[in-house]
Write a protein that binds this ligand. Structure first.
Ligand code: AHR
Length: 512
């Protein structure tokens, strides 16, 4: 009898849909679609303590630095393998005149940062500092041009200054400022939030303006292979995408942006750490809405661009809460908890699963602002839960997407429900399969049984990010409270992968 029971239990382990709350099917055969590494981009705006204090401390600082840029932050970002960095804004970009930030520092004019705290900046971090930083990080610069308060000539000059190898007025100026070789900046934003802080324009008007800028940034055939990104929609403003797609010739555009923040209510954002379960649930509702937003914007793009030449670039996303008590309200400094880890894990899975159209994205923002991966305080630095998720997920960068269809249990609060689990999978260039899973359920562990559809794997290993409380975060007193650990909750039996995840946790598995 005992033998028969053991046999039945062993057989159950090989069945795809044993008793798990969640079931999924992995299609591991001949993948084609690539998850662009550029989905893992970051954003560095002149805002609060991001540039000044967070990235740049100046070369006379006691904090260890290379040409004024913090060594600790550079090392942490290198480990993250960030593929691109967007700069100088955001709203700031449409007030920024790049010629103010070149040449001898003592001669650079001081400016007022009108959007973010009204503080005076001395322009000590400018074009050379940013592009040299990108070289140090091994990351592609993504420069946002000033359309709102700038001129077409000003942006065309910036392109020539950064990219022209021969003799020209701008390359001469670059050389006078100490840089011979061009940096070859590929990614250029043509304004930011043109519907709001970038000029409060109507989409029809912006489409015309965009055409003009895009024309003079490149030449007839865009021989420089420049990637021009139009200022895109705010969340569900589908009309914005429609008007741009209809009115901008494909020869003038390589990407169109989308901004979506997970904010509970713009007038009542709630605290970053002392939130309750309802606030957590609403944040996750806003985050998971990204899936529908992308699907709908992509469907509009498909009408005009069925070959999917133009990328959807989600160049601002993340959680937005009230600032930390006592900090400058204009500086957008917030802490980062396990809620943010859930938000990042679920959002990156959404991007992977839409990687045919979403080929670039930028979390807002990299250091000390909004959903930052790094926080600094004087000479101290800490890595947030969001950092750890992005580090665990980096195995998907430039890997081939594997369809993974899931039937998931509900996470219910009051009368509303969300899917408890979010998943995605890919195969890297070494033939390793990675599956990332995020269990957003605040109180319940989740079992998932994944049918491997005949794919042969010898073993599974993994890492997990979890903590005792959803509100837990890394502080300067306890910077390593939350960090990834080895995960032992996954087993392969026959044709089935079984995983058991604790509540509010992120797991990345490797199958060989
Ligand atoms: O990321 C902060 C701000 O949010 C950006 O400057 C702007 O583009 C958006 O509204």
């Amino acid at each position: 009898m005992k033998k028969i029971l053991t046999g039945i239990i062993a057989l159950m382990g090989t069945l795809p849909y044993a008793d798990a709350q969640n079931t999924a099917t992995l299609q591991a055969g001949s993948p084609k679609q690539v998850i662009s590494k550029h989905i893992y981009g970051h954003f560095a705006e002149h805002l609060g303590r991001l540039i000044y204090g967070g990235l740049y401390v100046g070369d006379t600082s006691k904090i260890a630095n290379t040409a004024g840029v913090r060594n600790d932050v550079v090392a942490a970002l290198k480990k993250l393998q960030i593929p691109n960095l967007r700069w100088p804004g955001g709203c700031f970009a449409d007030t920024y005149h790049w010629k103010d930030g070149i040449g001898p520092r003592a001669q650079r004019p001081k400016i007022v940062n009108v959007w973010w705290g009204g503080v005076t900046e001395d322009n000590s971090f400018g074009t050379h500092d940013f592009l040299n930083l990108c070289e140090l990080l091994g990351t592609e610069p993504y420069v946002s041009g000033n359309v709102g308060s700038g001129q077409v000539q000003e942006l065309a000059d910036w392109v020539q200054y950064t990219n022209f190898p021969g003799e020209s007025p701008m390359s001469k100026l670059r050389r006078e400022n100490g840089r011979d070789k061009p940096w070859n900046v590929k990614y250029w934003g043509v304004g930011n939030e043109a519907w709001g802080c970038g000029g409060n324009m109507r989409p029809e008007y912006y489409a015309d303006i965009y055409r003009k800028y895009a024309t003079f940034m490149a030449d007839w055939t865009n021989t420089g292979n420049m990637f021009r990104i139009a200022s895109g929609a705010n969340s569900n403003d589908y009309n914005w995408t429609e008007v741009l797609m209809k009115n901008v010739p494909k020869s003038l555009i390589e990407g169109i942006a989308l901004h979506h923040y997970s904010v509970i209510d713009w007038n009542k954002k709630g605290p970053s750490t002392a939130f309750n379960e309802q606030q957590y649930f609403t944040t996750m509702q806003r985050a998971l809405a990204m899936d529908t937003l992308i699907a709908k914007h992509a469907a509009i793009m498909d009408k005009y661009d069925p070959e999917k030449k133009i990328a959807l670039v989600v160049d601002e996303w993340g959680g937005w809460y009230e600032v930390e008590p006592g900090s400058n309200p204009g500086f957008l400094y917030q802490q980062n908890t396990m809620r943010d880890a859930m938000l990042a894990g679920a959002t990156l899975n959404i991007f992977h699963n839409h990687s045919d159209r979403v080929r670039m994205a930028n979390i807002a923002q990299v250091v000390n602002v909004l959903q930052a991966v790094i926080l600094t305080q004087g000479d101290k630095m800490l890595l947030t839960p969001t950092y750890h998720v992005m580090e665990m997920y980096k195995v998907h960068q430039d890997a081939k997407w594997l369809p993974l269809t899931i039937k998931t249990a509900d996470y219910k609060v009051g009368n509303e429900t969300l899917p408890a689990l979010s998943v995605s999978a890919s195969k890297d260039s070494l033939g390793r399969t990675h599956i990332s899973l995020t269990n957003i359920h605040a109180t319940q562990a989740q079992d998932i049984s994944i049918d491997l559809q005949g794919a042969q794997f010898k073993n599974v290993s993994g890492r997990i990010l979890a903590s005792a409380k959803l509100q837990d975060y890394n502080s300067f007193e306890q910077p390593n409270k939350i960090q990834p650990a080895a995960f032992k909750g996954a087993t392969i039996k026959g044709n089935t992968l079984n995983v058991k995840m604790p509540p509010f946790s992120v797991v990345v598995l490797q199958l060989n």
